[in-house]
Write a protein that binds this ligand. Structure first.
Ligand code: ADP
Ligand code: TRP
Length: 330
């Protein structure tokens, strides 16, 4: 058991896919086995563009059910809704006062919105609300509130974690040592999971395989994976094949070596390879999928898990916030 505190937030904005599973969810569940982990569903972060409360609630349940179904260790992991901790928006308000506006102007999330507007010939701030603009401050509040040491995030979120460090530093300079400085930990790029069309699997490309698709849908998606036009007899390159790249993340080393051999030797058509891939993913995910479905049909059980998590998170949040109040207000 490591003594490092791990923290991460997952935005409830869509149904997770196999890329999210391999790149983020599975490693988080693994990490929860050896670290005290704060893991929350970042519903407040979704508010700057999600306007449908029922949908937000549904996606929140989905993420919670997925993590529990994948075996999140609920002894080490504190799983909760971001919005259940009132100290998050409170701390965010406090941190606003030590955060230079210029830092927000440089945030990737805001710059991306401005670039999109410029490209469309619109005013640079068109459609930008203050939730989007101050997004990194809210994220800093999340990170600093729970005394996090390690924040595992995708590469796109690294700058936000660095901002949390910067903001903690500004605060500590003015008010004395109050916050621990967190470290971002970036998942490896080599682990990018390709989607049906061979590009990175991503909601924005519409090329995803949903993590808990039923067996029939999973099969249909796998059969739609784009391949080159090599005939069954021809040798094939596993390293450029989406089928093989996906298989690698679900099979044992011996099974992977076996499929590699079948690709290289020739004699196996892509249809057969897809069937092997489908059966493997289905066998690995069928038990967690059943548990996921059970939980989604029992949201009261999920509420209980999330409420318990919030109660545990609140203990730490109250202590940190009390320190901040004392430092700032006496
Ligand atoms: P999307 O691109 O579908 O919008 P997100 O940006 O919401 O996905 O991804 C959330 C996390 O899931 C990322 O931080 C990253 O770690 C992981 N992830 C997403 N897509 C992939 C992928 N194709 N391969 C590996 N990891 C991925
Ligand atoms: N902003 C992150 C994302 O878009 C989600 C998030 C919110 C987060 N608060 C966090 C991640 C704190 C890590 C730590 O994916």
């Amino acid at each position: 058991m490591s003594d490092k505190i791990v923290l991460t937030g997952i935005k409830p904005t869509g149904t997770p896919h196999l890329g999210n599973y391999v790149g983020a969810l599975k490693p988080l569940v693994e990490m929860s086995k050896s670290n005290k982990t704060f893991m929350f569903i970042a519903d407040l972060h979704a508010l700057n563009f999600m306007r449908d409360a029922a949908q937000l609630r549904q996606h929140t349940y989905e993420i919670a059910a997925i993590l529990v179904a994948l075996g999140l260790d609920l002894k080490n992991a504190v799983l909760f809704r971001q919005s259940d901790i009132v100290q998050v928006p409170q701390l965010s308000t406090m941190l606003m006062n030590v955060t230079p506006k210029g830092l927000m102007n440089r945030a990737h999330s805001y710059k991306a919105a401005m670039d999109k507007n410029t490209a469309a010939g619109l005013d640079t701030d068109a459609g930008v609300n203050m939730g989007l603009y101050t997004y990194p401050i809210l994220m800093a509040a999340d990170i600093l509130l729970y005394n996090s040491d390690i924040v595992p995030v995708g590469a796109d979120q690294k700058q936000h974690v660095e901002f949390a460090r910067d903001i903690a530093g500004y605060f500590n300079n003015i008010y004395g040592e109050t916050f621990k400085l967190p470290e971002p930990v970036i998942g490896e790029d080599s682990g990018i999971i390709p989607g049906l069309d061979g590009r990175k699997m991503s909601k924005s490309y519409g090329n995803v395989i949903p993590l808990f698709a039923g067996a029939a849908e999973l099969k249909k998606k796998v059969m739609r994976i784009i391949t080159d036009s090599k005939l069954p007899d021809e040798p094939k390159d596993p390293d450029t094949s989406t089928i093989f790249q996906l298989y690698k993340n679900f099979a044992t080393p011996a099974e992977i070596a076996d499929l590699r051999q079948k690709f290289v030797a020739g004699g196996m058509g892509y249809g057969t390879a897809k069937t092997i891939l489908f059966e493997k993913i289905d066998s690995v995910l069928s038990a967690p999928r059943a548990e996921y479905e059970r939980l989604m049909a029992n949201t009261a059980e999920l509420d209980k898990i999330l409420d318990d998590g919030a109660a545990r998170a609140r203990v730490v949040a109250e202590q940190t916030y009390a320190r901040v109040r004392r430092a700032m207000l006496g």
